[in-house]
Design a protein. Structure first.
Length: 344
């Protein structure tokens, strides 16, 4: 755990796989989170702090989240004072906070970089920083909460295109990977770039490898960022187009999309009607002069019937109910009632 890379792996594994699937007890989980938080406070390594924040935010531990939050803001101050050495830590913290859904911290870092040309230059001179920054601005554009939306869009498109060119130029398709070399050596096949095997260890001659071989974690982050930016998808729908698609898919499956407020009101009205109906019927049964109770009861049934009918019909047709629909239902319902009373 005190190798920060392994600690990051532990935090991300628990966050991704889940506590139950890993079989961790409550005591073990608490101990791991405490160690991660303490190590983050001591080391102030951005990647570790960000991964720890992601896990603690997921587990909803308010005490530890407050402790790690103080470290995050301290890294933010260090990143402003010494961007040449601490900007990567700040970007990692903002990157993981964006994944965790803490938009405020991520937006603050983006705005900080936007206003500082030197920090932006440091970002663009390092592929790792560039990838982290791409994910952040892509998240900011999707949320629509950034102060300068147009600037974020320009940065997203420029960085994404640059990274796409970089990935396409990597000769990964025809290279023998290091993993293939290890597997071949374990099977007894001495093929390039395996030089020899000594005591169960593989000796690899790097001169025989067709470079470039980037770090797997860099490829992973680049893939995540490009997906978030929409450059690794066949097409990207707008929110309205996505909403139409969901409605069509729901229609094919034979059900309608309903807003929660209308559904709650519908169920509540129907429940009240069923609860009050026995009470009203009881009053009718125990009064000698039932004529005094019948008319209010009929009005009540008419009112509830119009309400339920308006909700059912309009929710079925469109998925929502307007005030005009309710007024129209009441007008027709009470008009029918008045007409029936005149005939009687």
């Amino acid at each position: 755990m005190y190798d920060y890379r392994r600690a990051v792996g532990v935090a991300l594994s628990i966050w991704l796989i889940g506590v139950e699937n890993l079989g961790l007890s409550e005591g073990s989980l608490k101990e791991i989170c405490e160690v991660l938080t303490s190590y983050s406070e001591e080391s102030e390594i951005g990647e570790l702090v960000g991964a720890t924040f992601l896990l603690i935010r997921h587990l909803k531990d308010k005490v530890l989240e407050e402790r790690i939050g103080k470290v995050m803001h301290k890294i933010k101050e260090l990143g402003q004072k010494d961007p040449a050495y601490r900007l990567i830590d700040l970007l990692y913290v903002a990157f993981f906070s964006a994944i965790a859904g803490d938009e405020q911290f991520c937006l603050e870092v983006i705005e900080l970089i936007r206003k500082n040309d030197f920090m932006l230059a440091y970002v663009k001179n390092d592929p790792e920083k560039l990838v982290l920054f791409l994910y952040m601005v892509s998240k900011a554009v999707d949320s629509g909460k950034c102060l300068n939306l147009e600037w974020c869009r320009e940065q997203r498109d420029a960085i994404a295109q640059h990274l796409m060119i970089f990935l396409n130029n990597l000769p990964l398709s025809h290279c023998l990977s290091l993993m293939d070399a290890l597997i071949s050596a374990a099977g007894g096949f001495k093929v390039r770039p395996v030089k020899e095997v000594r005591g169960g260890e593989v000796v690899i001659d790097l001169r025989d490898i067709d470079l470039i071989f980037p770090h797997p974690d860099f490829i992973s982050k680049t893939t995540m960022a490009l997906f978030e930016a929409g450059y690794l998808q066949p097409f990207t729908l707008s929110r309205k187009e996505a909403d139409v698609y969901r409605q069509i898919r729901a229609e094919v499956k034979g059900y309608r999309r309903v807003r929660k407020p209308e559904m709650v009101i519908l169920l509540t009205s129907f429940a009240l009607f069923l609860l009050l109906l026995p009470l009203i019927c009881g009053l009718v049964a125990f009064h000698l002069d039932v004529s005094q109770v019948v008319f209010p009861y009929i009005c009540y049934c008419t009112f509830m019937g119009c309400l339920i009918y308006a909700f059912i019909v309009n929710v079925w047709k469109r998925g929502y109910v307007t005030l005009r629909d309710l007024l129209k239902a009441f007008k027709e319902g009470f008009g029918w009632l008045v007409e029936r009373m005149k005939r009687s």
